[in-house]
Design a protein around this ligand. Structure first.
Ligand code: ATP
Ligand code: MG
Length: 568
């Protein structure tokens, strides 16, 4: 390929709305272009990378025995009524109506469509197990589309759905997909971690996420420093940090805390540690307000809280007026004594004694508070976020925290969808039985951004070899004027093309410095710089994008040298 016959448009300026580096670099390198909020066009250059991602996913999915197919992106609304998921997905669903007045959604995911396919196509256990997949465009009307294709509204997903007669068979395929996802990400040359995950709106029992590790990742993942335990912070078990509740030592006392509203302020004002305090948060319950109590230095896990049967979904905190009405005080002074609603405490809080909380009276707190003696809770549950330094829930070491970008999510759905949609098969005794189901998603377009987020420097992208749009860039200096440079560049281009290597020759009439920095930005792994001076000495220059060190290579040997570099 020659740049004169390709479409290469790079930009110096960083777009204003691009907060993270991958978004900035994707725009600057001309991989994508914004059409509207959360809508992007993939340029020919970007599309080459997207294709690589798809190709690797296809190879590994095919090798696992999964079967590729394609379902419509537009889905009849009735299907979603069968599973009752319209509410779960809420505003993310893009609805449309055809000329006959029939309602549709642009598919955000395909559990309903595949289950509809399977309930007619699969009638006997002899057709099982089976795993279908597709690579296709989804639409989710994300509240805050951001970071370019990392969280867009229209995006490309690989989604797979497996069907089974037994839970054991589902488990086998789930493990196979776990391995396949590891293979895919290893094949792409990415650093990643598989973690336990919350199942969210997709539902079902077990699920794991695959995260590409990067500091800008939206997700916090917790992992044991010595063992195998790893979980998304949303799912990570937070154990009690206190083994047993000590007997009360202090008398209950009300103290004035004028204008001290936050945990920080009160702890400093009273000269105590945040660990001696508790935070009382009021949320909607299924039957009136509910108080959730965590230790002063801990964070409530909104995901865990929303899963409590006593708590209404979606999780909503009472506003100032509602707090006043219930407690007679403002948010900064809520406490657990004489609180007129059910109290659910975190496991650590259940073991605290002589603690400090709000007095349910403005500008006042209580010290020396003790359970049973001064206040009661109705229930204890794991409702806080685990934090670095906590003991790992599996008893192995302590937890550390890292940031990750979720690129894949695998679920054991069980019979949730097959029951709702009546997808049954006849088992070997001729009885009808609901299908067991698994589903396995991977963010194809997000993977491109994640790869850049993990592989870049100040000057641009550093593509992992497997994802690079071109393996080799030939950068001739003065191609237009020097016949020997032109000849050497053309020859190498021909040789590499004949050898099946993806190569791009920059035959633009641009300044050498411009060309070199453009290709640093574009991140092509292997670059050959050809100029008159080095040719006169019988060599060309080779630079490896990752290290950026230049190396002289004899002109006659450059082809073999490159082949060796690429295959190593
Ligand atoms: P997230 O928590 O990031 O919103 P999700 O849990 O909603 O993801 P799934 O429903 O499991 O995602 O979808 C499968 C995969 O599709 C995700 O692992 C992710 O890689 C990708 N994906 C989901 N939403 C988007 C989006 N808005 N833009 C790009 N990729 C996405
Ligand atoms: Mg989502």
């Amino acid at each position: 390929m020659r740049t004169s016959q390709f479409h290469l448009v790079t930009r110096k300026e960083t777009p204003q709305d691009a907060e993270i580096i991958s978004h900035q670099l994707m725009i600057r390198a001309g991989l994508i272009r914004k059409l509207g909020a959360g809508l992007y066009t993939w340029s020919p250059l970007g599309f080459r990378v997207l294709r690589k991602v798809e190709h690797i996913i296809r190879q590994e999915m095919d090798a696992s025995g999964a079967l590729e197919m394609l379902m419509p992106a537009v889905q009849p609304k009735e299907l979603w009524q069968e599973t009752g998921r319209i509410e779960d997905f809420g505003g993310q669903l893009l609805a449309m109506t055809d000329r006959a007045g029939r309602d549709y959604f642009f598919g955000p995911t395909h559990e309903e469509v595949i289950t509809e396919f399977v309930r007619d196509e699969i009638t006997s256990y002899k057709q099982l197990p089976i795993n279908f997949y597709q690579i296709q465009t989804k639409f989710r009307d994300e509240i805050r589309p951001r970071f370019g294709v990392m969280r867009s509204r229209e995006f490309i997903m690989k989604d797979a759905y497996s069907f089974h007669l037994s839970v054991e068979s589902l488990d086998d395929t789930y493990r196979l997909m776990e391995q396949t996802y590891s293979n895919i990400l290893t094949h792409m040359g990415l650093h990643f971690r598989c973690v336990l995950a919350d199942s969210g709106a997709i539902g079902g029992s077990g699920s794991q996420e695959f995260h590409v590790l990067a500091d800008s990742g939206e997700d916090a993942i917790m992992y044991s420093d010595t063992g195998d335990y790893a979980a998304n912070i949303e799912k990570c078990e937070a154990v009690s940090l206190i083994a047993e509740r000590a007997a009360p030592q202090q008398a209950l006392k009300q103290v004035a805390t004028p204008n001290q509203k936050t945990i920080d302020q009160v702890a400093e004002f009273l000269g105590i540690q945040q660990q001696q305090m508790v935070k009382t948060l009021l949320v909607d319950g299924v039957d009136g307000p509910v108080a959730l109590v965590v230790r002063g230095d801990h964070q409530l896990s909104e995901v865990k809280a929303a899963h409590l049967p006593e708590v209404a979904t979606p999780l909503r905190f009472l506003d100032e007026k509602e707090v006043q009405k219930l407690t007679g005080c403002d948010v900064g002074s809520i406490g657990v004594k004489d609180l007129n609603c059910p109290i659910i405490v975190d496991l650590t809080v259940a073991h605290m004694s002589d603690f400090v909380c709000g007095a349910n009276q403005d500008n006042h707190h209580l010290t020396g508070v003790n359970w049973q003696r001064d206040a009661d809770f109705q229930q204890q549950a794991d409702i806080r976020e685990a934090q670095a330094g906590d003991p790992s829930p599996d008893g192995q070491g302590v937890l550390k925290q890292a940031r990750g970008i979720e690129v894949g999510h695998i679920f054991q759905l069980g019979d949730k969808y097959s029951k709702a949609m009546n997808a049954v098969v006849l088992n070997d005794k001729g009885q009808a039985q609901a299908l067991q189901m698994g589903c396995y998603g991977m963010g194809v377009s997000r993977l491109v951004a994640a790869a850049i987020e993990q592989n870049h420097d100040d000057n641009g992208i550093i593509w992992p070899t497997a994802l690079a749009p071109f393996q080799v860039a030939i950068l001739p200096m003065n191609y237009q004027k020097s016949t020997q440079v032109k000849k050497a560049a053309d020859e190498l281009h021909q040789q590499l093309s004949d050898a099946g290597i993806e190569v791009i020759l920059d035959d633009r009439k641009v300044r050498p410095g411009f060309m070199l920095s453009d290709f640093e930005l574009l991140g092509i792994p292997h670059q050959v710089i050809i100029g008159d001076r080095s040719l006169d000495e019988g060599h060309v220059e080779y630079r490896y994008r990752e290290k950026m060190d230049k190396q002289k290579v004899e002109r006659a040997k450059i082809h073999d040298f490159l082949c060796q570099q690429i295959s190593s």
